[in-house]
Structures are given as C-alpha cells and as structure tokens.
Design a protein around this ligand. Structure first.
Ligand code: ZN
Length: 134
C-alpha cells in the first residue's frame, strides 16, 4: 500500500457557518458542499485547495466523536486523510503491520467515499483516515 496524496485535512469547529466565513472571506476559498454525516454525528463543509481539501466538522451531538474532541481539546486540526487505492486493503495492511485500527471495516463517509480510521496511539498522535473510492 502507498498513500497517494493528502485527500483532506479535517478540522473540528464549534460552528460551521461561522467558521466558513474565515475560509471564504480571509483565504478566498469556495465552500462547495455542506453535508450531514449522521453516522459520525457531524455536519461537514468542504473546500478545495490545490489537489487537496479542507473538511470542517461541526458536531451534531455532544457525545459524538467531534463533540468529545472539542470538549477535551477545543476546536482545531482533528485528522489527516490520506487517499489510498482500496480502503479495506489499506486498513488490513496497516493492521498486519501492527497499527491499531478504529475501523476494522471500511465504511461510507462524506462525499460517498469509503473511509476508515487508524488509532492515533499507533500513528504518532495523529488521527489518520484512509479515504478512497473503493
Ligand atoms: Zn475526514
């Protein structure tokens, strides 16, 4: 397995609409999608920048992963997503190399992409997502 690129950077925010203003007004980016991912208890906003994206994440439930994260650490960078060819294979391969997985099974994330998370304990403290079309 070889990570192809940084697919996106996930940033936890307290308020999606307020945060979008910074990315559009200060950085001059365009928000091209706002999407709720019920499974992860978040609303997301996406911006393209070069070949990668910024994904803003607002919690829809204080007990969801982003709600808990903001509670503990406050808003800020939440995860880095690497584009991979096949998400399930990449997860299996990482696990075989001793990486602790959050998702043993690839699941559907925002933008209809397959995703799976690796545990930050195994990745130097960086919550890591694999992301791909398969
Ligand atoms: Zn993500």
């Amino acid at each position: 397995m070889k990570a192809k690129s940084i697919e996106h950077i996930g940033i936890a925010v307290e308020n999606l609409e307020e945060s979008i203003v910074y990315y559009t007004e200060v950085l001059g980016l365009t928000c091209y999608a706002i999407e709720e991912v019920a499974d992860q208890k978040v609303r997301t906003a996406f911006f393209k920048i070069g070949n990668t994206k910024i994904e803003l994440l607002e919690s829809t439930d204080p007990n969801g992963p982003i709600g808990k994260f903001i509670d503990k650490k406050g808003p800020g960078i939440h995860h880095i997503a690497f584009a991979v060819e096949k998400v399930q294979e990449a997860l299996n391969e990482a696990q075989a190399k001793g990486v602790q997985l959050i998702d043993k099974q690839a699941r559907l994330g925002a933008e209809n992409l397959k995703i799976g998370f690796l545990h930050p304990k195994s990745t130097g403290g960086v919550l890591t997502e694999f992301c791909g079309e398969e």
